[in-house]
Design a protein around this ligand. Sequence first.
Ligand code: FES
Ligand SMILES: [Fe+2]
Length: 351
Amino acid sequence: MKIIMNAWYVAAWPHEVASGAILSRTVCNLPMVFFRDGDGQPAALEDRCPHRQMPLSLGIPEKDHTIRCAYHGMQFDGTGRCVEIPGQDHIPDGARVPTYPCVERHGYVWVWPGATDRADPALIPDIFERNDHPEWSAVGGTIHLRANYAMLADNLIDTTHETYVHAGSLGDDNIQANPIQVTGDDQHVHVTRWILDHDAAPLWREALNQDGNVDRWQLIEFRPPASTVLDVGVAPAGTGAQEGHRSHGAEGCNLNFGTPETEHTTWYFWSFARRFRRDEPGYDEVLQRKFADVFAQDSGAIEGAYSVMRRNPGRPVVNLRNDAGTIRARRLVEAMAEAEEAGTRPAADHG
Ligand code: FES
Ligand SMILES: [Fe+2]
């Protein structure tokens, strides 16, 4: 899948861009350097000194929230302006570093690699408040995925794989038997699956921390090009979860962002926020480990499939009933790519 440039992508966790830290990260084939400016806001600059092209990410973070190039000491602020050249007062016009729009929101640092005049922060999806909401607790991590970013959405939108890829944790034999409903518009794909009155999968049994059959929900929302949010959970069977009464249950929200590094590699930012077992000492660490294992399993499957795909370019694949959501999602991203190529509209109108 072609990389969409005019979109907000998660570039980093806020703690990776701590005050005094310098982060090097390539987003959409663009090497960038991230740091905090004097106002504490994240800044993203091209990772290239305009003097002799030393990567600025190898530079020195200065106390005044600038970066000093580690080669000949030119100093740049968060707007890319050169503020000092050792040994010379005159700062030439070309002594600037291109910047990328960069915003911290919803517990992530976002960057816009495309046309700067289209980078409206209002286009950042507004549905991820659970990652830093006082009523939710979140764990999360980053995986460097050796696959095109579209493969990640394929994985997340079709949860049928859980039975096999996540046997012993999220998987159970009831998933396939329960069909999905797919809806959406030109900016969203919604996939809904309910699995009623069944024995809980092991990880959900532990989350709920009680015996008895459960109703399980998987309510998935994909927004092109790279955001997939899963509202997931279980509640004791028959307590009205399907009608919206979920407070007796274990409610989770799995946020996923697949940021293209290159066409063939992806920064996968995952998190799992929950409203269950929040106050138990050590449970954050337990869930961090378990979900890191789950998403490592996904990554193994995705990378395996992607390497075979690259050996078989253009070779047709078979589609199944449960692929309806992923097919719809791909069409949305393809439409964005075509629109971006044609220059007809801003691509990532998340609305
Ligand atoms: S290369 Fe950066 S100051 Fe010379
Ligand atoms: Fe998975």
